[in-house]
Write a protein of this length. Structure first.
Lengths: 347, 620
């Protein structure tokens, strides 16, 4: 097995000359017309060449759901696994192959319902993987049941009188589980989406990116107030590290803390220094968690990087234990292992 | 060692001892140390640790009784023995639970100090059996073990409870003298184990010496016994349990395949010891992954296999139930994984520490749709080593999941293991696909002999491809809903398993190649079946035995072997699962002997069935 670091491969001519087309497989893309997944696929195919990694180093691993068809459309290594389990498959792969750039493609049902357990444990282990969660707040592939991110009271085929469940907030769950990189973006925010993919790739450790994605067939307009040009700037707060939290068409509004409670203030009435500033590098997750709970109508919905902190990765720690064991005990010798402990000889 | 007059020594061919006490009394430790010493003396051995699932059930109660039985001899020993010759009972509950197994006239060594009114009541005794004559049929030896241990440790000035806890070492010392075993190996072990706690080390060493010298001096034991070396095949030996042997087998397979081992597992009785063992072998490059659940364990293993590791998961039946969907995925994507199932009594949680063989259907058939896998089953604790290697060899050669079906009896039982020379181990080279110069890579192309698809690792330039749980077009591996392709792929996956039959040993018959009765077995029933059939052959009966270590596919001569015998008996620790598979496949009317008590077969049970069948046969 080649365990060399992917970075060493940089500088190969064919790597430098890769384009978006080199990452498109020969399979016809079969999402519904107008599906937000098209945009995500396009942005991924656009940014990968900029990372200067050879194509064979990429592996896309998915579970089950509309989003999970993604690997078939990538001309990289791909593994379409079973419902909810992509994080675990990817974890096993990355443990034995730290040289690969591994991407988990999942959805709100796949990651948070059937795969919820794997999701939180992936976040806390900090294996160097990128997780893209396409959140459309609905089960699309099974034709329209409510999902774990559907809003309370959501009427669907399985909840004709409305859903009885509080939705999960994926960013909040990831933060609570100790994720070292947590971001949110929107399928239609092409530039922002690309930036988040780049940041995820740069981060060493588990990078979680929630992507608000529209399902035009079963949950059209789920994110409309965030994507509609008329309302977008009043409803979306773009997080930038080290900068005060401001939003609005003319950046005329900001967020101030009133005790423990965040509130929207008009900038003409408040000095910029009094606004809450974003710091994605805090080890303490209190600020990031508070931001993750921002929601309409009281507060704008943040997109961007909530948290980006450096911690040792699981696979490196795992390898380090092996290295230490070899240093202190010597490289294992099978003969010696078989003869370990008390033995006796029969003549 | 002795300063007194030497007592006479009598030679025995074999002895079965059972140590029994409270779960907190250290009976497993006592049994293991006695076993280790006995192994070093060159006896053949078989052991059966039998303990409750509760870590510490309430002291003195019946559910809290823990036992360790060992059978050792100067002849070949195939099982832990049907009924103990000697029972060491550390309290009334241990006596109550175990007395029914003690051979008539057998020796009963009881810690009389523990037979207090309170303990007798907890065990449900109306009167003290040590005093009321109810044990007249046995050779009762009452020893005040607790008192003597405390006396022996008096000068060390330890707290009462600490000193009392050494009573198992006193009992061990006593038994060592009685069966002429040296205590030095245990003294060395105490030094290694408790070196950092010198007080505890000294207390235990003092207790075992006290027990030894007490037995040597007291008139309770007028003589002691000797069991000479067994005529074992020459070689270097160690004592090994099934779980230890499995762990070593997986490491050995990794070395033979020159492929790093990845073991993903979730803790479960009785399989956890494989995880514990492998976690020690980091300097062999072994990566162990304690997953968040059973499903993550197997899917991480699938990911590791995809990346080119020798990928193994270990569990027991309830864990396999959770892993089933993922095993189906491995069937579909044709990746090599090994699933070690250390079976226990079920269904559901069942009896976690008790043995059973009732997951055979689950292994062979237990997934949605047509989902064939290979299944191997070790026959003895030491055989777990060879079959673990076999499971890895088959999985990587045929690119499919392989079940390694052990059970609680094999996992915890121990026997002497002749350590193989590295040159005797099977070699298996692993080939990974490499770029084929411009041609489109076909991830589902086939090896002509094995039908295996290429193992193409991510990171290999030019082989980028996609796999998944959706049906594949043969060769290209593209998603396919074509009806004929699906039918062809279902048959191909089955054919792949069938072809393994060309690559495994034929079924060997022990005894005459044909006759009145064949006793067929699989897995851990090897010991009692072999012993019972040897006894029957000794009686002049036309009985042979054969043992299946491969259950999917079966050895290719199985049908022919079955045809050479008038009748076939198949003892198994389930309600007849292997029997049903064989009947379905070979239309042979196999007779079952089915035991589902959470305990292994006794030799006498199988022998009785052999007698019954052959007597009936004569009448017919």
């Amino acid at each position: 097995m080649n365990e060399s670091n992917g970075d060493k491969e940089r500088g190969q001519t064919e790597v430098l000359s890769l384009t978006r087309k080199d990452f498109a497989s020969d399979q016809e893309v079969r999402w519904c017309p107008g599906c937000g997944d098209y945009s995500i696929l396009a942005q991924v195919q656009k940014v990968l060449p900029t990372f200067h990694l050879p194509r064979e180093k990429y592996v896309f691993i998915s579970g089950i759901g509309c989003s999970s068809r993604f690997p078939y459309y990538m001309k990289t290594y791909g593994f379409h696994t079973i419902h909810g389990r992509a994080p675990a498959v990817a974890s096993g792969l990355k443990c034995v192959r730290p040289d690969l750039s591994v991407w988990v493609i999942t959805g709100d049902g796949d990651a948070l319902s059937i795969g919820g357990n794997h999701f939180i444990h992936l976040m806390r282990r900090n294996i160097d993987l990128n997780v893209l969660l396409f959140n459309n707040r609905i089960y699309g592939l099974t034709k329209g049941q409510y999902s774990p991110t559907s809003e309370l009271g959501k009427k669907t085929k399985s909840t004709p009188m409305g859903s009885l469940e509080q939705p999960l907030n994926p960013v909040a769950v990831a933060l609570a589980a100790g994720a070292t990189f947590v971001a949110r973006t929107i399928d239609t925010e092409i530039k922002h989406l690309q930036q988040m993919l780049e940041r995820a790739q740069q981060h060493k450790g588990t990078s979680f990116v929630e992507i608000y994605q529209n399902c035009p067939v079963f949950n059209d307009g789920a994110w409309e107030s965030l994507t509609d040009k008329a309302t977008r700037s009043d409803h979306v707060l773009t997080l930038e590290h080290g900068k005060p939290l401001v939003f609005g068409k003319e950046n005329e509004k900001g967020i101030r803390l009133h005790g423990l409670r965040p509130e929207v203030v008009a900038l003409d009435a408040v000095a910029k220094d009094d606004l809450l500033s974003h710091d994605e590098k805090l080890d303490d997750t209190t600020l990031a968690y508070m931001l993750s709970r921002f929601d309409m109508p009281q507060l704008p919905v943040p997109i961007g990087v909530f948290r980006a902190v450096e911690k040792p990765t699981y696979e490196n720690l795992m390898q380090r234990q092996i290295d230490v064991a070899i240093e202190t005990q010597g490289e294992g010798d099978l003969e010696a292992l078989l003869h370990e402990g008390d033995t006796w000889v029969v003549q | 060692m002795s300063e007194t007059v030497e007592k006479p020594i009598e030679e025995l061919e074999s002895v079965i001892i059972r140590f029994a006490g409270d779960s907190g009394d250290g009976m497993q430790l006592t049994g293991t140390q006695f076993t280790n010493t006995t192994a070093l003396l060159g006896n053949d051995i078989s052991t059966f640790p039998d303990f409750p699932a509760e870590i510490r059930a309430p002291a003195g109660t019946l559910p809290g009784v823990s036992g360790f039985q060992l059978n050792f001899g100067s002849r070949r020993i195939l099982t832990p023995g049907d009924s103990p010759d000697v029972l060491v009972a550390m309290n009334p509950a241990a006596l109550k639970v175990n007395l029914r197994d003690l051979a008539r006239g057998g020796t009963l060594i009881a810690n009389e100090d523990a037979f207090t009114a309170q303990n007798l009541k907890k065990a449900g005794y109306a009167s003290n059996p040590l005093e009321d004559g109810s044990l007249n049929g046995y050779q009762l030896i009452k020893v005040p073990v607790t008192f003597l241990t405390m006396q022996g440790l008096k000068e060390l000035g330890l707290p009462k409870s600490t000193a009392e806890r050494c009573k198992n070492f006193f009992a061990l010392g006593l038994l060592c003298w009685l069966y002429d075993r040296p205590i030095e190996p245990t003294l060395r072990w105490i030094e290694e184990r408790f070196g950092k706690l010198p007080e505890i080390a000294e207390a235990n060493s003092t207790a075992i010496k006290a027990g030894y010298y007490f037995a040597e001096t007291t008139e309770l034991f007028p003589k002691h016994y000797q069991v000479k070396k067994a005529p074992i095949e020459p070689g270097k030996y160690r004592k090994i349990t099934g779980n230890e042997a499995a762990a070593l087998g997986f490491v050995a397979a990794s070395r033979l395949a020159k492929t790093p081992l990845f073991y993903g597992s979730y803790p479960i009785t009785p399989a956890s010891d494989i995880l514990h063992e492998l976690a020690r072998f980091k300097n062999y490059g072994v990566k162990t992954f304690q997953a968040e659940d059973e499903i993550a364990a197997v899917t991480a293993v699938i990911g590791a296999a995809y990346g080119g590791a020798l990928a193994v998961t270990g569990t027991s039946g309830p864990g396999v139930a959770l892993k089933s969907e993922a095993i189906g995925l491995a069937v579909m994507v044709e990746l090599p994984i090994v699933i070690a199932n250390v079976q226990r009594a079920g269904p559901s949680t069942g009896m976690p520490t008790k043995t059973e063989q009732a997951d055979l259907f689950q292994a062979v058939l237990g997934r949605n749709s047509e989902s064939p896998v290979a299944v191997v089953a070790p026959a003895t604790p030491a055989d777990c080593f060879a079959m673990a290697i076999e499971a890895c060899r088959i999985a990587t050669k045929y690119m499919l999941p392989v079940f390694f079906l052990s059970d609680g009896f094999l996992a915890n039982g121990a026997e002497p293991w002749k350590i193989p020379a590295l040159s005797e181990l099977p070699s298996f080279a692993i080939r990974h696909a490499s770029a084929n110069g411009g041609e489109t890579f076909q991830p589902y192309s086939r090896d002509e002999e094995t039908l295996a698809r290429p193992w193409a690792l991510p990171g290999t330039p030019g082989l980028e491809h996609r796999i998944g749980g959706i049906e594949k077009a043969n060769l290209s591996g593209n998603v396919s809903y074509d009806p004929d392709n699906h039918a062809a792929m279902v048959k191909l996956r089955a054919e792949k398993v069938e072809r393994i039959a060309n690559d495994i040993p034929l079924l060997q018959v022990k005894g005459q190649p044909e006759g009145d009765l064949l006793v067929l077995g699989w897995g851990s029933t090897y010991g009692p079946i072999t012993a019972a059939v040897e006894q029957a052959q000794h009686e002049g009966l036309k009985v042979s035995s054969a043992h299946l270590r491969y259950l999917s596919p079966f050895p290719r001569n199985l049908g022919e072997v079955l045809g050479r015998f008038d009748r076939v008996l198949l003892p198994e620790m389930n309600m007849g699962q292997c029997r049903m598979l064989i009947r379905a496949r070979y239309l042979k009317d196999v007779v079952g002997l089915n035991k589902v008590k959470g305990r292994p077969f006794m030799i006498s049970e199988i022998l009785a069935k052999i007698h019954e069948l052959l007597e009936k046969g004569e009448r017919a």
